[in-house]
Design a protein around this ligand. Structure first.
Ligand code: MV4
Length: 673
């Protein structure tokens, strides 16, 4: 078969969307599967058809092999793409698919199994002459034997649970005296975490880099590598930023790693996309670490420097086609970086965060910027799944240019409603040490202080900008569209011939700032806790261009109710407008259309001629930081509004005329003058 007609994607989020996009470009129909929590998810919307698997928890949905196979049969699917995570390296799943006549878009089952065990993988790599870290990974688990092997390596050594992975079940032993205790503890942990206490021991490399090779093999014995990636910048074994090519590696070593990786893959008759991970030491030596038998999260950086679509390669190879390129055809150009945008709280040790994406603006995509995401504005980031919001990938001719692209793209990535790691990523991408590639697996730890200290900000400045925004937003709302230049549109009460400094109370990080805004002929005088700013500002939708005491700011703003968020450079400043809103009802003014107190008209909610229901807001008066909404005491028609926004009104002054609806003539008419 040259190509499938229909595939099922047994995954969700960005990778499911990404696979669907390529499949559609190839004219392949897509079936999505989803949980109850993902009914409205982007991957369901993008697919041609979708099948509900079950409740939100993965074990009841995305990990339900039986349900996925049922969905495949129901929809006449020919092949299943597992994405990454979930069932992507589950041999039982691959076997069940085969048993049901479905093609698994991935490696042979044997490859999944042999790479699943660290010691089995090492034995295979050893036979394929792939360099291993000096150490012992044999069957004999006698502690004294392993201890003797450790002594042969020379301390420090690393004890690793054979069934471990991703950093779990590892223990560094700095000197022989500590060996016994460490061995016993690591064994216990292996037994409890992986139901397998078998250990291997290796020479511990103190400043390694994580360099990996993308390999592809087809069913016709062809194998190529598509360059390398550096994924050393990790936090608790979670990759944070990945790049291709891996910087500062001599060409001969790069080639040797690539060829060793292909050799290893062909040693196990690999088919499909695979990644061979190496530890790259400071002296230029490299050692096999692990092999991943799936498409990696970070595959886009390889796509951008090779200009190849790796999902297309996967589909072609699974359908029996030959590799699209020979090794000689693989040309690498430029440099690519990827960051993973996560819903997590940097102030809470990067705990996963949940929340709704109330405001979501992504950088403009181009040949330099790519956003792989599974969410849209308004989506909920739940606790059920990995809290990845998106992958942000950039490319340019060299690393410095690509890094600048990344910094700008991070600034243009704006999210409100859920905490994210965007600020941390911006710090990382902007750090001198990352720019100069002083990178190894200990990077984040080594630069912890620089990466995690909050940048000092001039709070008053951002409070002033927030007040400027609120003022301009209110003006925009209050302006009488039929006569925008009318003096009534000024916020201050020009009628009484004195200027009125509009009061705000803005709260940031538990500090309440007293602010006044005084509109003058050509600017605003904004006073923040006694500090004065001369401010000019123009507001276009969510873009505020303001000059504070001659200093120009281009700021993006998002307001949700009384929460205002400013985005400036890679900073996100949030403040809360303190408004005690009391309806007329709260102050015993029920049913009155009179001003409940001396104050300023801040908004006309229903213009003359509007039909209103009982209880609808008609006009808002503000004084002493309190807003009061005057509501219709009965259904009727607003026959006249006596005032405009910005006017001063005295206590008890009649604010508007409201005519009851004809049939309501009998109901209580407003109080007589
Ligand atoms: C190592 C090592 C140093 N020396 N092996 C971490 C998880 C798994 N990928 C293997 N890991 C390591 N193995 C020896 N002999 C350091 C690590 C390591 C690491 C490796 C790659 C990327 C990030 C890492 C973070 C901590 C430790």
């Amino acid at each position: 078969m040259t190509m499938f007609n229909k595939i099922l994607i047994a995954n969700r989020g960005e990778i499911a969307c990404r696979i669907i996009q390529t499949a559609h470009q190839m004219g392949v129909k897509c079936v999505a599967v989803y949980s109850e929590a993902d009914r409205n998810a982007r991957h369901v919307a993008l697919a041609d058809e979708a099948v509900l698997l079950g409740p939100a928890p993965s074990r009841e949905s995305y990990l339900r092999i039986d349900k996925i196979i049922e969905a495949a049969k129901l929809t006449g699917t020919q092949a299943v793409h597992p994405g990454y995570g979930f069932l992507s390296e589950n041999a039982e799943f691959a076997q069940s698919l085969a048993d049901n006549g479905l093609v698994f878009i991935g490696p042979p089952i044997g490859a999944i199994e042999s790479m699943g065990s660290k010691s089995a993988a090492k034995t295979i790599m050893e036979r394929a002459n792939v360099p291993l870290v000096p150490g012992y990974h044999g069957e004999n688990q006698d502690r004294e034997l392993i201890k003797a092997e450790a002594g042969r390596c020379g301390y420090p050594v690393l004890l690793k649970a054979v069934a471990g992975g991703g950093g779990k079940g590892m223990r560094v032993v700095w000197k022989e005296a500590e060996f016994d205790e460490a061995f016993d503890a690591a064994k216990r942990e292996g037994e409890s975490s992986f139901n397998n206490g078998d250990m291997l021991v290796e020479k511990y490399l103190t400043k390694p880099r994580h360099v990996e090779i993308q390999v592809f093999c087809d069913r016709h014995g062809n194998g190529v590598y598509l360059g390398d990636r550096d994924c050393s910048v990790q936090r608790r074994h979670q990759k944070v930023i990945e790049e291709a090519p891996a910087p500062n590696i001599p060409a001969d070593i790069r080639q040797a790693m690539g060829e060793a990786a292909v050799q290893a893959a062909q040693a196990i008759e690999y088919v499909g996309a695979g990644t061979v991970e190496f530890l790259y030491d400071e002296d230029g030596s490299f050692y096999f670490m692990e092999m991943n038998t799936r498409l990696q999260v970070e595959h886009p950086v390889t796509e951008l420097v090779t200009r190849q679509d790796l999902v297309e390669w996967q589909l072609r190879i699974a359908a029996g086609q030959q590799l699209p390129l020979t090794q000689a055809d693989v040309i690498l150009r430029g440099h690519s970086l990827e960051v993973r945008v996560y819903a997590e709280d940097p102030d809470a040790d990067f705990m996963p965060a949940t929340g709704r994406l109330n405001y979501l603006r992504t950088p403009a995509e181009s040949r330099y910027v790519r956003v792989d995401t599974g969410v849209i504005e308004g989506d909920l980031i739940s606790h059920f799944y990995d809290p990845m919001i998106a992958k942000l990938i950039v490319w340019d001719e060299d690393r410095d240019l690509a890094l600048r692209r990344m910094q700008q793209a991070l600034e243009d990535y704006r999210i409100c409603g859920v905490k994210t790691n965007l600020g941390f990523l911006a710090k990382l991408a902007g750090s001198e040490s990352f720019k100069s590639f002083d990178v190894d697996t200990g990077f984040i730890e080594r630069h912890h202080d620089q990466l995690f200290t909050k940048t000092e900000i001039d709070e008053n400045r951002y409070i002033a900008l927030s007040a400027c925004y609120l003022t301009l937003a209110r003006k925009a709302q209050a302006v009488n569209p039929s006569d925008p230049s009318s003096p009534f549109n000024r916020l201050n009460s020009w009628r009484l011939n004195h200027n009125y400094a509009h009061p705000y109370a803005l709260i940031h990080a538990d500090n309440t700032h007293k602010v006044t805004v005084l509109e003058r002929d050509s600017d605003y005088l904004i006073n923040v806790d006694g500090v004065e700013f001369q401010v000019k500002g123009v507001l276009n939708n969510d873009q505020l261009n303001a000059t504070l005491n001659g200093h120009q700011f281009a700021v993006a703003v998002f307001q949700q109710d009384d929460a205002i968020t400013l985005f400036h450079d890679s900073l996100q400043f949030e403040c809360q407008r303190q408004v005690e809103i009391h309806d007329a009802a709260d102050s015993g003014q029920q049913g009155s259309l009179k001003a409940p107190m001396t104050g300023t008209v801040v908004a006309i909610l229903k213009a003359a001629g509007s039909q209103v229901e009982e209880g609808e807001g008609l006009i808002v008066i503000e004084a002493m930081k309190m807003e009061q909404t005057i509501r219709a005491p009965f259904a009727g028609t607003v026959s006249e509004q006596f005032f405009k926004p910005g006017d001063q009104v005295g206590d008890g002054v009649e604010l508007l005329a409201l005519e009851p609806l004809a049939e309501d003539a009998t109901s209580a008419a407003p109080e007589a003058e």
